[in-house]
Design a protein around this ligand. Structure first.
Ligand code: SAM
Length: 241
């Protein structure tokens, strides 16, 4: 998979060299390419913004640098262009899994009041376009959103995780439950014990306990994720106080 980032702040993407995404790049699973959008603006100050038609506060990103950047990157029908925007479709695990099937994604990171609409319309004429929101809040720019999407997508690439089973049991994986609480050594710490069942060696009981905890946690924190059939015996779970 090849990931390109169009941004006026290339330094935001330094973390791509760190930790697991960096290792994935070293293994050849993914390529990261970061591009300074200002390199495609040819006035004296390399400006990428201008005042909005119709008036109003703030500035809007001009179309010309984006068009030139898309040309230089060879954006075509085999490319998915992701515009990060608070008015996009909400990003979730299902969308991450969908994006993980793409061969090439170009992230267009907005700034100011956003990008001239014609850039999105034009990109849709030459590539697949996804407008994606990280959540119902407003960030200063699309870079943090692009990094978050990258991390969620890249960890789903085959061969990325040392142990693929980690992906199956996670929150928001197939089945929709939040993950159960996890513990490690020591067995006692500051008056808190690891639940005895986890030290019982009984795999059946461990699995049942984890499922029950996952259902309980989901009911308490995210009841919107729970399907009635996921309650073991149909008994509503009482919210913990
Ligand atoms: N005026 C825009 C609006 O109200 O929708 C917000 C612009 S915001 C200050 C600048 C840029 O940050 C956006 O163009 C987008 O790229 C990015 N951004 C802000 N919030 C975001 C979010 N929740 N998800 C994804 N990108 C976001």
């Amino acid at each position: 998979m090849r990931l390109d980032y169009l941004t006026i702040f290339p330094d935001f993407f330094a973390p791509l060299d760190l930790s697991l995404p960096g290792k994935a790049a070293d293994k050849g699973l993914v390529e990261f390419h970061v591009h300074d959008l200002r390199g495609h603006s040819h006035d004296k100050h390399h400006r990428v913004d201008d005042t909005p038609y119709g008036g109003g506060a703030g500035m809007v990103m001009k179309p010309e640098p984006w068009g030139e950047a898309f040309d230089a990157l060879g954006v075509d029908a085999g490319t998915t262009v992701v515009f990060t925007t608070p008015s996009g479709e909400p990003f979730d695990q299902r969308l991450a899994a969908d994006l993980a099937t793409r061969g090439r994604i170009v992230f267009a990171c907005g700034r100011y009041e956003g990008i001239d609409q014609r850039v999105i319309d034009h990109a849709g004429e030459r590539a697949e376009v996804r407008e994606i929101s990280l959540g119902d809040y407003v960030l200063n720019g699309g870079e943090v959103a692009a990094l978050a999407i990258t991390e969620a997508v890249v960890r789903l690439l085959p061969g990325f995780m040392g142990n693929a089973a980690s992906l199956v049991e996670e929150s928001h994986a197939e089945g929709g439950l939040l993950e159960y609480p996890v513990y490690t050594k020591p067995p006692q710490w500051r008056g808190h014990d690891v639940p005895a069942v986890l030290r019982s060696g009984d795999h059946g009981k461990v699995a049942a306990w984890r499922h029950e905890q996952a259902v309980r946690r989901t009911a308490e924190r995210r009841p919107d994720l729970l399907h009635p059939s996921q309650l073991d015996d149909g008994t509503p779970i009482v919210r913990a106080t």
